[in-house]
Design a protein around this ligand. Sequence first.
Ligand code: AMP
Length: 213
Amino acid sequence: MNIIMLGAPGAGKGTFSAYLENKYQVPHIATGDIFRENIRNNTELGAKAKSYMDKGELVPDELVVSLVVDRLAKDDCKKGYILDGFPRTMPQAEALSAELERTGSKIDYALNIDCPDDFIVERMSGRRVCPKCGASYHLVNVPPKTEGICDECGSELIQRKDDAPETVANRLKVYHTETQPLIDYYREQGVLEDVDGTIGRDNVFAVLDKLLG
Ligand code: AMP
């Protein structure tokens, strides 16, 4: 089962991808997580990506596409995968289609996690992450057991630089211009499913269960 997660930043793609990863035992490939891991490990790719990410801009297509193409060639993707945060532009979607055609594969579902902008802004202002292990929390919806401290590794939680209000506004603008057109692209391919992302995590899980069987 090959799945693409579409939706604005903060729509919950990461949470729903992790749920499906666990349920179907297929890898969850999140390009944002890959970049953040590279930043934590001080790699060259991390340094390149950081300058864009901090401003809420997209990392250039050529950096992202090769990274995903290499990842999809790994053995664990043979039984399926969940792409979270990729593709994000039409050139990325077209590059993915070309690669799938080349390898005789296809996307089964593009899940559009739909949330209005004001909902996203409210949610992202409360998001806190662990700079050490990458675990994600929300001040109200998913609070850590001890305020400000990561449940997993005990580090102090921070707000992601790109979750700051002015950066969120820019990320939403970029989402509407660059990524939203992909909804029609996948609708035309007959694989798009709209999912209301505002109904609460467990309700979305139930919708996904029904959709994917
Ligand atoms: P995310 O965690 O998916 O919200 O991604 C965080 C940031 O990583 C984005 O705001 C972009 O700067 C960068 N990024 C992640 N995935 C992509 C992608 N497919 N194309 C370009 N930039 C990306």
